[in-house]
Write a protein that binds this ligand. Structure first.
Ligand code: 4AD
Ligand code: MG
Length: 448
């Protein structure tokens, strides 16, 4: 059999269509579920289809003697991921995963997956490349589904946190005329009439303009980095939330970053218990993420790393292994501040008492998840900013508007950026950021 089979029409007007996640409200009632066949177990005159509908999964029980012959036969031969509408009565079943089972009275198949071209992702093990090539289907799998739901929760909670703390969402452009984080990691785009623009690396520079109008703002959108890093933490397209605050110094930036992270971890633990279970996340580790986070300077961090056998010298940036080593003795994120200005972007304010270090901070997650937040205090002095632009060989014309912010009511200010995918990887306990975004874009992956 290979063609579509439409068995019975959805002649079930009396049964309300519900989502599986709502089953608890309909116990004992006849309902209809619209979904896809996840799995099918057969046991003589009974078949147990497991149906998923995006909100959850439910085991259905179809007994031969209770059903029209053709309905039972259709179900019995149904293929994985066929789409179907199932009508039946919901029954509480404490042993079932979601707490309910559905006693089937009717089934309507919308599209039957052909045996000649079966669903490619089966319960057997597949390699990551194969799964990534089938990302458009892989998203239906339990763990992928769970990770994307955690991502949704993280994004929602970020917005909730910032919206309830006086921040205004002010969107920043994606086509930009200049670099924010450095010229080596820009994607160039052909614009009209021989003009070149770049995909944004960060909305920060625009945030700095926006705070002078709104006080506290954030931008939240896709961000692009052309660095040729092939690590488990790097995407070429990722989502970043960037809060920025007028009249804020480095300490205030650190306080807000800490408070937001604690809020997010709490919300994920509260709202996404089931998904974390599917992901087999050790939630005890996340429960320990409370204030205060340990704080140390770059100088101290270098000493700690050297004492742990790292080759690092003062003046160089931390690699992935350094970050992992540094957080080894802590059960919560570590805040490292005052990095050498040399290795930081042009906009960082120098420490008044030690101009060779920048008033920047990185938040490094425990368990080897690495830097999840980078930020700090910006230069607010016009002359110094002009000098930095020149030192970094940045085109002055493209930054004239940015210099204006230092001409018209300049104030100390700061903010930070948090990469959503790295944060979600940490929450989910996932080895690689590629599973935290629906369609990852990486050095060697731009499909599907
Ligand atoms: O440290 P970064 O480069 O900082 C900025 O872009 C600042 N302008 C932010 C600001 O202050 N408004 O990036 C911030 C965060 C990192 O800590 C990391 O979580 C994430 O963005 N990130 C990446 N995530 C995935 N793939 C990449 N290639 C990333 N690069 C940065
Ligand atoms: Mg950084």
């Amino acid at each position: 059999m290979s063609s579509e089979v439409a068995t019975s029409a959805p002649n079930e007007a009396a049964a309300p269509r519900i989502r599986i996640s709502e089953a608890g409200r309909y116990e004992g009632q006849r309902v209809q579920i619209q979904g896809w066949l996840y799995n099918l177990r057969k046991s003589g005159k009974i078949v147990f289809p497991i149906v998923r509908d995006g909100s959850g999964m439910i085991q259905c029980v179809a007994v031969k003697s209770n059903l029209p012959e053709e309905v039972f036969e259709t179900l019995k031969g149904l293929t994985q991921e066929s789409s179907l509408e199932v009508t039946g009565t919901l029954r509480a079943e404490p042993r079932a995963a979601g707490g309910y089972e559905l006693d089937v009275s009717n089934v309507h198949v919308l599209q039957r997956v052909s045996e000649d071209h079966p669903y490619p992702i089966t319960p057997k093990e597949h390699g990551v490349d194969f799964l990534m090539d089938h990302r458009h289907l892989w998203l239906r799998s339990r763990r992928q589904h769970a990770a994307i739901r955690v991502r949704h929760q993280v994004i929602k909670s970020i917005r909730d946190y910032l919206d309830s703390h006086g921040f205004t969402l002010v969107d920043t452009p994606i086509f930009t005329p200049a670099a924010c984080e450095g010229t080596t990691t820009l994607f160039e785009v052909d614009y009209f009439e021989d003009e070149k623009v770049y995909l944004t690396q960060s909305g920060q520079l625009y945030n700095e303009a926006n705070i002078m109008a709104f006080g506290k703002v954030y931008c939240f959108g896709p961000t692009f980095r052309a660095e040729k890093s092939k690590t488990r933490r790097h995407l070429t397209e990722f989502w970043m939330v960037e809060p920025e605050m007028a009249y804020a110094d480095l300490e205030e930036v650190k306080r807000v970053a800490e408070e937001m992270v604690i809020c997010l971890v709490g919300r994920v633990l509260e709202e996404r218990k089931e998904d974390l279970k599917v992901l087999e996340r050790d939630t005890a580790k996340l429960e320990r993420v409370t204030a205060p986070f340990p704080r140390m300077s770059y100088d101290e961090a270098v000493k700690i790393l050297q004492s742990k056998g790292s080759e690092i010298q003062w003046g160089s940036d931390f690699g992935n292994t350094d970050e992992t080593l540094l957080t080894q003795d802590y059960d919560r994120p570590v805040m490292v501040d005052r990095y050498p200005s040399e290795i930081k972007a042009f906009y960082f304010a120098p420490d008044e008492h030690r101009p060779e270090v920048a008033l920047g901070v990185d938040l490094i997650a425990p368990e080897g998840y690495g830097e999840i937040i980078g930020g700090g205090q910006r230069i607010h002095d016009l002359a110094l900013l002009e000098k930095r632009l020149a030192d970094h060989n940045l085109p002055r014309e493209a930054f004239e508007w940015y210099l204006d912010l230092r001409r018209f009511g300049s104030v100390p200010h700061g903010g930070f950026g948090m990469g959503v995918e790295r944060f979600v990887a940490w929450m989910c306990g996932l080895e690689h950021v590629r599973e935290t975004i629906p369609y990852p874009r990486m050095l060697y992956r731009t499909r599907p």
